[in-house]
Design a protein around this ligand. Structure first.
Ligand code: S3P
Length: 446
């Protein structure tokens, strides 16, 4: 079965035109958290009973995950936008199909599914779009093989992933070579089907949504930052999941309102899991004025309203300890650093090279085209802040790159054309409209 025979097509090409807008004002709520939405559908599908998910991200990535489970026999209702009712089939209730399962652009979808499907009685094949087909999968297939799974990849450890069913899995104790919540989660999901204990140690703690959600679904699990242990043979019990607004989506507005003079913006009910908020700490070190208001817990997750006011930013050496807690926010940070006073240095972020695009190269190339002074290093960049001008930049189908360039454009002296932006819909459908409502100038090119 080849990727070409799959039921997906590449997103239609689309560009944005962005340019100097107005100060960002008012209040807005960004869409639901992508990581939490993926996991809510997955655990809901494997649980006994009916799980109601509110605040679900209506993005292409998370919809692809829901579609995979529907194709495996799970009934998922959409009673209203951003709501899903998942009729769980239990740990052993999925039904295999003789067709590839399309994860779209989503690394989280594919890697977590690899773990969950490694323990099934049936074979499955996971495919993705052109970007996902270039992303490293050995980081999950190797430890899963050590648990007894058999997963064939294409040359170089790339997808499609051909997962053989009917394998008896055994828990392992594994120290991740690279901090990755996706790899950790894949092993924990396989661990649900394994004999004995599955134990994961991380070099740096990463987002712990899988651990928290497993506990909420009633699975016994022991976890602390950098560590998780569970054993197979229990049952997931359906529960309701309230998805917080995605900090990674709020991040673009945190940077935009910080850099555009006169801005004052309130971002409502943003998920504040400490493993996600590294950018907040980095921006504050740069001089940003961001206040957490009304901190509270929603659906077991910390949430706050974030009030951000324009403030002059200065360059910093980004503390390496923050890197895993802001791994998805570096494109936005590159923009903040390009517009800050003085030099910023980013190190220890080589993982950026294997995201939806090589984010060090795509950001450096694009921002240089707008006049920024950036030197790429193997694991980061050295950025000297200064003025930006108009021009043309390429986002290489990477959603976060496209949105980050649209922020840079707000302070550019001329118009910026941003190529290949359709994949913004993977994580933030409706970004242009919300950005324009806040005062930014960004629109789809004719
Ligand atoms: C995610 C983990 C991170 C992150 C991705 C979502 C998750 O990836 O970049 O956007 O939901 O577990 P890695 O685990 O590859 O660092």
């Amino acid at each position: 079965m080849s990727a070409a025979s799959a039921d997906h097509g590449a997103a239609a090409a689309q560009d944005w035109i962005a340019g100097a807008g107005m100060p960002l004002r008012g209040s807005l709520r960004v869409p639901g958290d992508k990581s939490v939405s993926h996991r809510a559908v997955m655990l809901g599908a494997l649980a006994e009973g009916v799980t109601r998910v509110t605040g679900f991200l209506e993005g292409e990535d998370t919809r692809a995950t829901a579609r995979v489970f529907e194709r495996l026999g799970v009934r998922i209702e959409t009673p209203s936008a951003s709501e899903r009712i998942v009729h769980g089939v239990g740990l052993h209730g999925l039904r295999g199909i003789d067709a590839p399962l399309d994860c779209g652009n989503a690394g989280t979808g594919m890697r977590l599914l690899a773990g969950a499907l490694a323990g099934q009685a049936f074979d499955s094949v996971l495919i993705g779009d052109a970007s996902l087909s270039k992303r490293p999968m050995r980081r999950v297939t190797e430890p899963l093989a050590a648990m007894g799974a058999r997963i064939d990849t294409d040359e170089g450890g790339l997808s499609p992933l051909r997962i053989h069913g009917g394998r008896a899995l055994t828990g392992i104790e594994y120290t991740l070579p690279v901090a990755s919540a996706q790899v950790k989660s894949a092993l924990l999901l396989a661990g649900l089907y394994a004999r004995g204990d599955t134990v994961v140690h991380e070099p740096h703690p990463t987002r712990d949504y899988t651990e928290r959600m497993l506990a909420a679904f009633g699975w016994p699990i022991d976890f602390s930052p950098g560590y998780a242990r569970l054993s197979g043979g229990h049952t997931l019990r359906a529960t309701d999941v309230a998805v917080p607004a995605d900090f990674s989506s709020a991040a673009f507005f945190l940077v935009a309102a910080s850099v555009v003079p006169g801005s004052q913006l309130l971002l409502e009910a943003v998920g504040m899991n400490p493993r996600r908020t590294g950018l907040l700490a980095a921006l504050r070190l740069m001089g940003a004025d961001i206040v957490e208001e009304n901190p509270r817990a929603e659906g077991g997750e910390p949430v706050a309203d974030l009030r951000v006011r324009h403030a002059p930013l200065h360059g910093i050496e980004v503390p390496e300890a923050l890197v895993p807690d802001m791994i998805d926010e570096f494109p936005a940070l590159f923009v903040a650093a390009s517009l800050a006073q003085g030099r910023s240095v980013i190190r220890g972020a080589a993982e950026l090279r294997v995201k939806e695009s090589d984010r060090i190269a795509t950001m450096a190339t694009g921002l240089r085209a707008l006049g920024a002074r950036i030197e790429e290093t193997p694991d980061g960049a050295i950025i000297d802040g200064g003025p930006l001008h108009g021009g043309e930049v390429e986002s290489h189908g990477d959603h976060r790159i496209a949105m980050s360039f649209s922020i840079a454009a707000q302070l550019a002296s001329g118009e910026v054309r941003i190529g290949d932006v359709a994949n913004v819909a993977t994580s933030f459908p409706g970004f242009e409209a919300l950005a324009a409502q806040a005062g930014m100038r960004v629109r789809v090119a004719e």
